[in-house]
Design a protein around this ligand. Structure first.
Ligand code: SAM
Ligand code: SF4
Ligand code: SF4
Length: 340
């Protein structure tokens, strides 16, 4: 183990790793992977993906540097073959305290129990609307609401409680469903989190007018079911949490556009082909694959050097340039490569 854990140039430790296990996805959500720009065969080259051996070495190396939370993502992670076997290998890594997965839920009904049995602790399912017609549209004409709801129910039955639900709001698209989604989450005991639509990647045609600021969402829910702010579970938690005063659980708001949180960003991202991104908006990654062949110690010392050079704070600089959208136009990695 490295004796002193690295800090970046802004004093931020490395605590949290998001690892994409596959670039491919069976949805084409317009805000992430628009169907007119990303072909159906995108990301199907299995040889480009890190193997399970490489992933295990990588995670062990990151744990040496202080990572305690690992989230598996994609693309759509449930498209990765033998995912429960990978989970089983990662769940036993000494020092890793939390192992979670983010999924679109479409294949979850078939896999929830085996993932639970393999040692997965937490599941987040993306759910932008409860309207079946709009749902299909928002999945790029690929998804069915019913199968996602069945996946969420299967995850609950398998013991994943509470389940987190991620909703990305777009003004004029799905923002009239806020109260319905909150009602569904309350009824089933899920933790709903509203995420501001972000200018990630280069192909979603983001515009600030489409963003629904969290404060507006909070006010709309509060008018129906009064809310009270909760303390963060830990420093650097990205969602600001609020409890329903009537005791029916909680709701969270991720305000990356209206209230950036770069100062507490302890997160690294690795794409399925082993590129490290030190920010969700990084223009380029660092290839880790060559290091993996040399083992976890070599990987850890290479990443340590990179982390100590990190100065990313894109969301804060975007806010500073708000009038002109300065900073919002430069090239940055696609969301489906780094998984949120
Ligand atoms: N396919 C899985 C899913 O959809 O949950 C995992 C990967 S997906 C890239 C991870 C998260 O990123 C999802 O919750 C999705 O809604 C969110 N996301 C994608 N594009 C986004 C955007 N432009 N702004 C905010 N969140 C976005
Ligand atoms: Fe696929 Fe998830 Fe991106 Fe939608 S948000 S296109 S489900 S990776
Ligand atoms: Fe972290 Fe980059 Fe997002 Fe800021 S913009 S919170 S540094 S990932």
């Amino acid at each position: 183990m490295t004796a002193v854990l690295p800090r970046d140039l802004l004093g931020r430790p490395l605590r949290d790793l998001r690892l994409s296990v596959i670039e491919a996805c069976n949805f084409r959500c317009p805000y992430c992977m628009p169907a007119d720009q990303i072909g159906d065969d995108y990301g199907l080259d299995a040889a480009s993906r890190l193997s399970f051996d490489e992933i295990e070495t990588l995670v062990r190396g990151f744990v040496q540097l202080g990572v305690r939370k690992l989230r598996l993502t994609g693309g759509e992670p449930l498209l990765r073959k033998r995912l429960p076997e990978l989970v089983r290998r990662l769940a036993v890594i000494d020092g890793l305290e939390d192992l979670a997965l983010t999924t679109n839920g479409s294949l979850l009904a078939a896999h929830a129990q085996s993932l639970r049995d393999a040692g997965l602790r937490r599941i987040t399912v993306s759910l932008d609307t409860l309207d079946p017609v709009l749902f299909r549209e928002l999945s790029g004409g690929r998804g069915e609401l019913a199968s996602v709801l069945a996946g969420i129910a299967a995850a609950k039955a398998a013991g994943f409680t509470p389940i987190k639900l991620n909703c990305v709001l777009q003004r004029g698209v799905n923002d009239d469903g806020i109260v319905d989604l909150a009602a569904y989450a309350r009824e089933h005991g899920h933790v709903l989190r509203f995420i501001e639509y972000m200018d990630v990647g280069t192909c979603n045609g983001w515009s600030r007018e489409r963003v629904v600021p969290s404060i507006e969402v909070r006010d709309r829910i509060h008018a129906r079911w009064p809310l009270q702010p909760l303390d963060p579970n830990y420093r650097g938690e990205v969602a600001s949490r609020h409890a329903f005063v009537d005791g029916a659980g909680e709701v969270g708001f991720v305000s990356s556009v209206s209230a950036p949180f770069c100062g507490d960003c302890h997160r690294a991202r690795v794409s399925a082909d082993g590129q490290l991104y030190t920010c969700l908006f990084a223009g380029a990654g660092h290839a880790l694959r060559p290091l993996l062949a040399q083992g976890e110690n070599a990987l850890a010392s290479y990443v340590e050097g990179l982390w100590e050079q990190r100065a990313d704070r894109y969301s804060e600089t975007r806010r500073i340039g708000a009038g002109s959208e300065a900073g919002a136009s430069r090239r940055h990695v696609e969301m489906f490569l780094v998984g949120g």
